[in-house]
Design a binder for this molecule. Structure first.
Ligand code: C5P
Length: 238
């Protein structure tokens, strides 16, 4: 992928407008490794915003969690690569064929454009799902077992990265090949409240446990001085 693993902070641009996102990105760009653009912002501000965030020089993580038939996911991934994003997500529950099609499209499109391929990240079980949610959709009801099952499927299908909760890092690291990159949200520094995150870890603890990238939203963008907050987190990583 295009990003070097020097700064593992991915700042989530969880704001509703392009103007707010660009202001935040301009302030944070030198202090973070990447920006995450999710469904809310992308739906409001579109591909143009992605290009403008890329213009800050930071990597972009497009978090649209694709889940569709393999052909459609492959084409969506190709479009994301043409937008020059460095990371993107899909749901591993879409199955091995869908994930293989995504990886192939990512590699082929990047090759055609003469760029490094993006890191295609698999989302296993959303942290908002519990045993009841899994049972109601007919899955293995133990979330940890379902996470492990989908992680194995993703790696077997050729993915090189997964999104996981802080508390899954150690479980996944125990059996995943070492090259698999783990991206984890749910990071809290202790200086702020946990908000709606129930399972959190500190930035340094998450890296020590084996995370490669930390997705951090409110502890940065809701801070009085977002740039200073990002710099403090980076320093705390040593
Ligand atoms: O503000 P906070 O640091 O909690 O933001 C975390 C970011 O990571 C948000 O963009 C949220 O949507 C995302 N995320 C998450 N938990 C997941 C997957 C994504 O918090 N399981």
């Amino acid at each position: 992928m295009a990003t070097e693993k020097h700064n593992p902070i991915i700042a989530a641009l969880d704001v509703p407008t392009a103007e707010q996102a660009l202001q935040l990105a301009a302030a944070l760009a030198p202090a973070v490794g990447a920006f995450k653009i999710g469904g809310e912002l992308f739906t409001a501000a579109g591909p143009d915003l992605v290009r403008r965030v890329r213009d800050t020089g930071a990597a972009v993580f497009l978090d649209l969690k694709f889940h569709d038939i393999p052909n459609t996911v492959a084409k969506s991934v190709a479009s994301a690569v043409r937008l020059d994003v460095q990371m993107l997500t899909l749901h591993t529950s879409g199955g091995a064929e869908m994930m293989r099609a995504a990886e192939t499209a990512a590699g082929e499109t990047a090759h055609q454009l003469g760029r490094p391929g993006p890191l295609v990240l698999g989302v296993t079980v959303l942290t908002s799902s519990d045993a009841g949610t899994l049972a109601e959709i007919g899955c293995e009801p133990d979330p940890a077992a379902q996470v492990a099952r989908l992680a194995r499927l993703a790696v077997g299908a050729g993915l090189h990265g997964l999104v996981c909760s802080p508390l899954e890092i150690v479980i996944l690291r125990a059996f995943l090949p070492a090259h698999i990159q783990l991206v984890t949200p749910g990071i809290r520094t202790g200086a702020e409240k946990a908000d709606d995150q129930k399972r959190t870890l500190g930035p340094r603890e998450a890296i020590t446990a084996g995370a490669d990238w930390l997705v951090i939203g409110r502890p940065i963008y809701a801070a009085e001085n977002p740039r200073a907050a990002a710099e403090r987190i980076l320093e705390s990583l040593g």
